[in-house]
Design a protein around this ligand. Structure first.
Ligand code: NAD
Length: 295
């Protein structure tokens, strides 16, 4: 296993999730290079080195971590890395949720340029990113995992080697986010039902969290973001709708049944269309106020 100081590392995408992940990496690594197209200086974590462009970053690092909104942004950054005149990049670890097909095409695109691409999407939310408790779902070779382990260790206590094939990390991430999206949607409907019968939300959550209805919505999002009416999970309806559409698309490609996902994906799409990139915890008032259209 290499040590962190042996790697020259860059991080692209310093948003809600990438920002705190890069901050943890910068704490463990003296000279993390960073870049974000929306403005790097204001997003750069303490101790990191601001780069003016992806090309500039690529000239200074051998390993790039990225946390970008979707596959389209991933492909755009891939083109910039591959076109960078003095690029030293040999490995790209992608923490974005891009779906299986985009991970496969990013892998091919980087491989053509002699760069190894591994998909390593993450889960645990912005709070987990800040506390370095997120999970990492890595797909790629065991040898590269050993080389990247010190990087991942600064961001996560839960690194899983899902498989050797690019896209398998994404498959695992879609499994997770589908269940997370179902839990939020179903819990919103159930809690609204209970509140409508005069039971307080606090009581409903206290009961559920020691009973069989417990899930991540009842244990985390509802008590910490919805009961408080802060709606501040830092994950947008746009990104969750994207994840669920990627899941739906992958099911369709397999010709698999989708009795649950068809309903749930439609609900999240409707929230996103109604409220734009709202915090995804806004699903509760959206369902409670019956603002959705029945299919
Ligand atoms: P975000 O929109 O807050 O951040 C994305 C960042 O990428 C932005 O700062 C944007 O300026 C930057 N960016 C976009 N295109 C770029 C480009 N071409 N070059 C350089 N920078 C570019 O999104 P986020 O919430 O941080 O999510 C990032 C990824 O992580 C997504 O794929 C999301 O699905 C996944 N994710 C998010 C969460 C969460 O709780 N927010 C949890 C797990 C996984």
């Amino acid at each position: 296993m290499s040590t962190l100081s042996e790697l020259a590392i860059g991080f692209v995408g310093l948003g809600n999730m990438g920002g705190p992940m890069a901050a943890n990496l910068a704490r463990g690594h003296g000279a993390l290079r960073v870049y974000d197209q929306a403005g790097t200086a204001s997003r750069a974590p303490d101790g990191s080195v601001v780069c003016e462009s992806v090309a500039g970053l690529s000239a200074q690092v051998d390993t790039v971590s990225m946390c970008l909104p979707d596959g389209r942004a991933g492909l755009s950054v891939a083109r910039e890395i591959l076109a960078a005149p003095r690029s030293r990049v040999r490995t790209v670890a992608d923490h974005s949720t891009v779906g299986i097909a985009a991970a496969e095409s990013l892998h091919r695109c980087f491989a053509d340029g002699g760069i190894e691409y591994v998909d390593a999407p993450v889960s645990g939310g912005t709070a987990g990113a800040a506390k370095a408790t997120i999970s990492v779902m890595y797909a790629g070779s065991a040898a590269t995992l050993e080389r990247l382990r010190p990087v991942f260790a600064t961001m996560s206590k839960h690194v899983f080697h899902i498989g050797e094939t690019p896209g398998q990390g994404q498959a695992m991430k879609l499994v997770n986010n589908f269940l997370s999206g179902v839990a939020m949607a179903a819990t919103s409907e159930a809690v609204a039902f209970g509140v409508g019968r005069g039971v307080s939300m606090r009581t409903i959550l206290d009961v559920l969290n020691v009973s069989t209805g417990r899930n991540t919505a009842t244990s985390d999002k509802f008590p910490n973001r919805i009961l408080t009416e802060t709606y501040d999970a830092g994950f947008t309806s746009t990104l969750l709708a994207k994840d669920l559409e990627l899941y739906e698309q992958a099911l369709a490609n397999d010709g698999a049944a989708n009795p649950v996902s068809a309903t749930v994906v439609d609900l999240w799409r409707q929230l996103d269309a109604a409220e734009g990139p709202a915090d995804f915890t806004r699903i509760y008032p959206f369902v409670r106020d019956r603002r959705y259209r029945k299919a």
